[in-house]
Design a protein around this ligand. Structure first.
Ligand SMILES: [Zn+2]
Length: 502
C-alpha cells in the first residue's frame, strides 16, 4: 500500500516515566514510521496532559482524532485511513480510551496502525500476541461482533449474497426464493405506483386484504414506501443509501430472485425522488414535475376545471373550479368561487355529468395514444458520452497507477470526471425510468381500463388516483363555458378539454 493517509498522534504525560520523548520527537519518529510503510502523515494530533494528570482531564486532540477516525476524514475532508504512534502507552491514559480508540479505528475496513516497532492488525482475531491491545480487543467481544457483522454485510453484499436481519417481505425465510403471494403484492404495487396510484391507496388495499409485514404488523404508508424503494426487489443492494457496485461501477446483482426489473425499481425511485423536487424528462433533462397526487382528492376533476365565463373586459375568468353540494342535488357541483376568493362566482355545473363526459373524452384519447405509442423507445442520447467518460477515467487510473502521470494531474482531473459520470448515470436512470413509465402506459390494456373506470374500487375498479393520473397525462385543463341563466339541459359542447401536446 502506498500513499495511505494516516495521522500522527503524540502525547506527553507525567505517568510516562521512561525515555521521555518530546512531542516534536514523537511526531518525527511517527513520520519515519509512516514513511517506512509507504504511508503519508496528513495531520498531527498532540496532547499534553503533563500538568493536569487528573482523571477528568479533557484531551481535545485525542477526541478529535477519534472523530476523524470514525468519519474516515479530517474536518476539511482529507481522508484518514490510519494512525501512527511511538508506542502504545502514548495513546491513552485509561483502559477505556484504548477501547474507544480500537472502536473508532476499526469502524471501517482496511484501516492501518503502527508504532515504532511495526504495524499491528487491529482487526486481528489473534489477540494473544498483541499485548495491551490484545487484552483490550479481547474485552471487546460485543463490539467485534458488531464490527464483524458490518464487514460481513459489506462482503456478502459485494458477493451478491443476502444478509441477515428481518426476513425481507416478498421472499421465503431462505431470503433467496420468492414467496409467491407476497412477491405478487410487491410487483403489483410497483406497477400501480408507476401508473400513478398513490402509496396511501395501495396501503389501504393491502390492509383490506389482510397482508402483514414480515414481522406480522399492519402495513403503513411509510413501511410500504421503504419496501418498494429497496433495490433488493430488483436484485440490487443498497448500503447507507448507496447502491453496492462492482469495480466497473455497475450495481452488484444479488443471488436472490428479483420481484421486478431494475428499470421498474428505478421508475418507482424516480417517482419518489421527483417528489423531493427532481423530475427527469423523457429526454433525460431534469425539469419541472408532472405532479403525481400527494393527497387523494375526493373528486375526479378537482384542479382540472377552469371557469370559462367572460369578464367585463372580454377575457376569461379562468379561475379553478371548486366542489360544492346543494340540497336539491345529490351529486356534487363544480362552481367558480366567489369574488372575495378570486373567482367570479357566476358559473356552476353538475359534477356527475362533467365527470362522465371528461372520462369518456380521456378514454377516447387514451385509445388514440395507445395506437401511436407502440413505437420502440429510442436509446438514451447520452450513452456515448457516458461510455467515453468511463473509459477516460479508467485510462487515467491505469496511467496513474503505473506512475505515468503525476498525482497533481490525477487529482485535478479524476474528481471532475467522476462527477460527470455520476451525473450521466443519474440521467441514464431517469431516461430508463421515463421510458418505463411510457411503456407501462402503452402496455396497459385500454379495454381493461375502460371496464374498470366506472367500477367501485372494491370491485376491481380503478382507484381515483389512477384515473386522475390518466387524466393528467392526457389533458392540462378543461374550460367550462357558461350555459346561460336558469336551469338548463346539460350541454357537453360547453366543456373544452385542453389536451397535452404529443
Ligand atoms: Zn368564474
Amino acid at each position: 500500500m502506498t500513499n495511505v493517509p494516516v495521522v500522527s498522534y503524540a502525547r506527553i504525560s507525567a505517568d510516562i516515566r521512561r525515555d521521555e520523548h518530546g512531542v516534536q520527537d514523537q511526531h518525527r519518529l511517527n513520520r519515519e514510521t509512516a514513511e517506512r510503510h509507504g504511508w503519508a502523515v496528513v495531520h498531527e494530533y498532540t496532547d499534553n496532559d503533563k500538568s493536569a494528570a487528573k482523571a477528568d482531564v479533557v484531551r481535545d486532540d485525542f477526541e478529535a482524532m477519534l472523530r476523524a477516525l470514525r468519519a474516515g476524514e479530517l474536518p476539511d475532508g482529507t481522508a484518514v485511513q490510519g494512525v501512527v504512534i511511538v508506542a502504545e502507552d502514548r495513546l491513552a491514559r485509561r483502559p477505556g480510551d484504548y477501547e474507544r480508540f480500537v472502536e473508532a479505528i476499526t469502524y471501517q475496513d482496511g484501516r492501518v496502525f503502527a508504532d515504532a516497532r511495526g504495524t499491528k492488525d487491529l482487526y486481528s482475531e489473534d489477540t494473544e500476541s498483541m499485548g495491551l491491545f490484545g487484552a483490550v480487543i479481547s474485552k471487546m467481544e460485543v463490539r467485534k461482533m458488531q464490527r464483524r457483522m458490518r464487514r460481513s454485510h459489506r462482503t456478502r453484499a459485494e458477493q451478491g449474497l443476502p444478509v441477515g436481519g428481518t426476513r425481507p417481505f416478498g421472499w421465503k425465510p431462505d431470503r433467496l426464493t420468492l414467496d409467491p403471494e407476497e412477491a405478487r403484492l410487491v410487483r403489483q404495487a410497483v406497477l400501480d405506483l408507476i401508473a400513478g396510484r398513490s402509496l396511501h391507496s395501495i396501503t389501504n388495499q393491502w390492509r383490506r386484504e389482510g397482508a402483514k409485514t414480515s414481522l406480522g404488523n399492519e402495513w403503513t404508508t411509510p413501511s410500504l414506501k421503504l419496501n418498494v424503494q429497496n433495490p433488493r426487489i430488483c436484485g440490487w443492494r443498497e448500503i447507507n443509501g448507496e447502491l453496492v457496485r462492482d469495480p466497473a461501477g455497475n450495481p452488484v446483482v444479488g443471488q436472490w430472485e428479483p420481484i421486478v426489473t431494475p428499470e421498474q425499481w428505478m421508475a418507482v425511485k424516480n417517482i419518489f425522488d421527483a417528489r423531493r423536487g427532481h423530475y427527469i424528462h423523457r429526454d433525460g433533462r431534469i425539469g419541472h414535475i408532472l405532479t403525481p397526487d400527494f393527497r387523494e382528492p375526493n373528486y375526479l376533476l378537482t384542479g382540472f376545471l377552469r371557469c370559462g365565463r367572460a369578464k367585463p373586459d372580454g377575457s376569461l375568468c379562468n379561475t379553478s373550479l371548486r366542489v360544492t353540494h346543494s340540497k336539491d342535488c345529490v351529486q356534487h357541483i363544480y362552481i367558480c368561487p366567489g369574488k372575495t376568493v378570486g373567482g367570479c362566482g357566476g358559473l356552476g355545473r353538475r359534477g356527475d355529468m362533467v365527470d362522465l363526459f371528461i372520462s369518456e373524452a380521456v378514454l377516447a384519447k387514451l385509445e388514440q395514444v395507445q395506437l401511436a405509442a407502440s413505437a420502440a423507445p429510442a436509446e438514451w442520447p447520452g450513452q456515448a458520452e457516458y461510455e467515453g467518460a468511463k473509459t477516460r477515467l479508467e485510462e487515467l487510473r491505469v496511467q496513474w497507477t503505473a506512475g505515468n502521470i503525476t498525482n497533481e494531474l490525477f487529482f485535478s482531473t479524476a474528481p471532475d470526471l467522476e462527477k460527470r459520470i455520476a451525473r450521466l448515470r443519474t440521467e441514464a436512470q431517469g431516461f430508463t425510468a421515463a421510458t418505463q413509465r411510457r411503456q407501462a402506459r402503452s402496455d396497459t390494456d385500454i379495454t381493461g381500463i375502460r371496464r374498470r373506470w366506472y367500477l367501485p374500487e372494491e370491485e376491481d375498479g380503478l382507484p381515483l388516483t389512477i384515473k386522475r393520473s390518466y387524466i393528467r397525462e392526457a389533458l392540462l385543463a378543461v374550460i367550462i363555458y357558461p350555459s346561460g341563466k336558469g336551469r338548463r339541459k346539460f350541454n357537453p359542447d360547453l366543456l373544452e378539454p385542453i389536451w397535452r401536446e404529443g
